[in-house]
Each structure stands twice: as C-alpha cells, then as structure tokens.
Design a protein around this ligand. Structure first.
Ligand SMILES: Nc1ncnc2c1ncn2[C@@H]1O[C@H](COP(=O)(O)OP(=O)(O)OP(=O)(O)O)[C@@H](O)[C@H]1O
Length: 374
C-alpha cells in the first residue's frame, strides 16, 4: 500500500471512528466469542487487506486471547472467523494462511537464521530447496543476508525479531499476527526496530493484527486501533481520533489527558467533581447533552493563593494528593474541586512549595479544553 493511500485512509478514519470496513469477501471478518473460566471475550473485528490493526488494552483485557483465537490456538466458543471469504475456524491452525510472530520470537536455537525462516515454507509444503530459496530472499529483504548462517544466540534482539518476522512472511500469509512485537527489546533497539517494522508492515499487502500494551507502538504501527477492556471493545478508530477523543479513563491515561463525562449546556459542562459534588467546566464548544471534556495536564496552572487576575475561565480549589516525576516534569495528582493531573516544571513545583496535602488553586483556560459528544 502506498504512503498516499495510507494518508488518505488516516484522514478518512479521523472522521469516521467506526473504521476499517472490509470489502465483502476480502480481508478479515471476525466475531470472536471465547469463554475461559469466568472470562468472556466478545469482539468483532473487520479489516481490509493492507490494514494494520492494533489491539490495545490493559492487562487481562483479552488481547492475547483474541490473537490466539485468530491463530486457531484457542477455539471459538461461538462467532465466526472469515478471511478472504474462507471460513478459518473450521481449518486446523497449521493449514491456515496465518503467520504469527510471538513475543519471544520462538526461534529454534539449534537452527540457523536461514533454516528458521525456511521452517515456515517447509510447514506449508515447500521442498527443502524451495523453502531455503524463499528464506534467503526474505532474509535479504530484512537486511539479514549476512546473518543467514547465524544461530539465534548470535543475533541481537532486533535481528531475532526480523528473523521471526521473515519466518512468518515467508509463508505469504493472508493474516499476520504479532504478539507484543517490540516488548522483548530494550528502549534504544526498540526505536530502530519500530521504524523497520513500520516499513515492513506498510509493504505488507494482507491484514496485520498486532497486540500491544504500548500506546506508542500502537500509534506508530497501526492504521486502526481497537481498545479492549474486560473482553469487550470500548473504542476503535484511527490513532489520531482516539488520542483526541478518548472515551474511557484507561485510554485518557494512555494518551495523557484529563477526561470527564458530563452534561453540556452551551459552553458549560456539568461534571461530577467527586463525592457527588457537581462542578462546571467552561469550554469553547457550544454543545447540549452528554459529552466528554478532555484537557492535557500541561494545560493546568497551579497557584498557592486564589488568583485574582487570571483570564482562565476554570478555577478549582484542590489538594495535592500525590506527586511523581514524569519525563522532565513533575506530575501532581489533585483532588478537591475537580480531580485532575497537572504537569509543572521542577522549578515551578519548588517555587510553589508543593507537597502532598498542600492546598492549591488550579486554573484551566477554556481554549485548552476539548468537548465532544459522548
Ligand atoms: N488458559 C487460560 N485459562 C483460563 N483463563 C485464561 C487462560 N489464559 C488467560 N485466561 C484469562 O483470560 C483473560 C484474558 O487474558 P489475556 O491474556 O487474553 O489478556 P491480555 O489482554 O492479553 O493481557 P496481558 O496484556 O496481561 O497479556 C484473563 O482474565 C486471564 O486470566
């Protein structure tokens, strides 16, 4: 898929939060219903060829279960799984046109990189010579031709990840599944490998589904995010749309926003400020009915004394509940008039003499808030 097509689709997704409709018969059409003890997964996924879908969610949300159900490693309790018009859930896992890259790559330690990659085509019926020729081609594409004879223990984390990806792609899958593809890498390697993986996924012509905890991986690698909490989809759409319009606390926290749900009347949104006390947030949007209001912690200004000449329309009396370093900033968690997170520099925190329990006034300009229908 070309960059232009992806950009055009991003723009489309930004306006269309329920994205990724796949043309009938093509791509992935799945409704995954899986019961595992008391846990129940129920998610519907559709993706067109060329789409990269990221399943994002907290621990235990069901992401891996969904991926394993797509791979055929966990049976569906109910639902369906169609890929390019074929019913996959009636096909054994090994004969599905599905490639899987596991979190720890699962490379065979006694085989060379070439034979690890050749293993994929071999399992799909290629002769040894055909499989090795195919493997050599893929290693070359991954920039690993010089490492064809290396055993996995001689490979760096990033190289091992590419061998695992080459092994999955060498079978020409119509569905590529990646389970936390960057989780095993250190922060520095991760940056490079993320960029390479993005490149390979952009060239991949079938459907790719990846599971990640990391919002940055999801935002960089995927065209379409599916956020799963407690076995259900709570939100889906383009990364840009979700970052700007979070609909749950988990997503708001991921993208670093304060998020409130309330009732709009013109430029005022009435929200629960905690302990059942209602407070108003002034916004620039003129809305009516149930809405979300979001603003970043950097939009909050803190004062020890009630400000008398602030132009900010929003003012709350709060108390510092906790403080922690956040990058090169201090993030203060506040309770009181409105529970919120505020970012400030270390110098500002020292000048304000902040400490847990300190009373502060928090101001937020209406122009820094963003309200949207719930
Ligand atoms: N083999 C199993 N038998 C029964 N329940 C299971 C099994 N594996 C996972 N579960 C349960 O299924 C639920 C979803 O787990 P899953 O691993 O799919 O979540 P996840 O979103 O991938 O979490 P994580 O990010 O921690 O890997 C959890 O409640 C888990 O306890």
């Amino acid at each position: 898929m070309s960059g232009t097509e992806k950009t055009a689709r991003d723009a489309h997704h930004a306006q269309e939060p329920v994205g990724a409709p796949a043309p009938a018969g093509e791509g992935l059409h799945a409704r995954l219903l899986v019961e595992r003890g008391s846990f129940r997964l129920d998610v519907a996924l559709t993706a067109a060829p060329g789409d990269v879908v990221a399943l994002l969610g907290p621990n235990g949300a069901g992401k891996t279960t969904a991926l394993r159900a797509l791979a055929g490693l966990v049976p569906l309790t109910d639902g369906h799984l169609r890929l390019d018009g074929a019913e996959l859930h009636r096909t054994s896992p090994e004969s599905r046109p599905v490639g899987v890259v596991f979190q720890d790559y699962l490379l065979f330690p006694h085989l060379t990189a070439l034979d690890n990659v050749a293993f994929g085509p071999r399992c799909h019926g290629a002769t040894k010579a055909q499989a090795r020729a195919e493997a050599a081609k893929w290693l070359d594409r991954m920039g690993l031709a010089d490492h064809a004879g290396s055993k996995p223990r001689k490979l760096s984390g990033g190289q091992a990840q590419r061998v695992a990806l080459a092994r999955a792609l060498a079978t020409h899958p119509r569905l590529l599944l990646l389970d936390e593809p960057l989780a095993a890498l250190d922060a520095r390697t991760r940056l490079d490998v993320r960029a390479q993986l993005r490149h390979h996924l952009a060239e991949f012509e079938a459907v790719a589904v990846l599971v990640t905890h990391d919002p940055l991986d999801a935002m960089v690698l995927a065209d379409h995010l599916v956020v799963i909490e407690d076995g259900r989809i709570v939100q889906q759409g383009s990364p840009a749309h979700i970052a700007r319009h979070p609909r749950t606390d988990y997503i708001a926290h991921l993208v670093g926003l304060n998020l409130y749900r309330g009732e709009a009347q013109g430029h005022t949104v009435r929200v629960d400020g905690g302990s059942g006390i209602t407070t108003g947030i002034t916004t620039t949007e003129d809305l009516a009915g149930p809405v979300f209001v979001a603003f970043p912690p950097s939009a909050v200004t803190l004062h020890r004394d009630r400000p008398t000449c602030s132009s900010a329309r929003n003012l709350w009396r709060c108390e510092v509940a906790g403080m922690e370093t956040h990058g090169d900033q201090i993030r203060a968690d506040l309770t009181g008039g409105l529970p919120l997170a505020a970012d400030l520099t270390t110098v500002a925190a020292a000048e304000l003499g902040l400490y847990p329990g300190a009373a502060v006034w928090a101001t937020v300009k209406a122009t820094q808030t963003h309200a949207y229908p719930a």
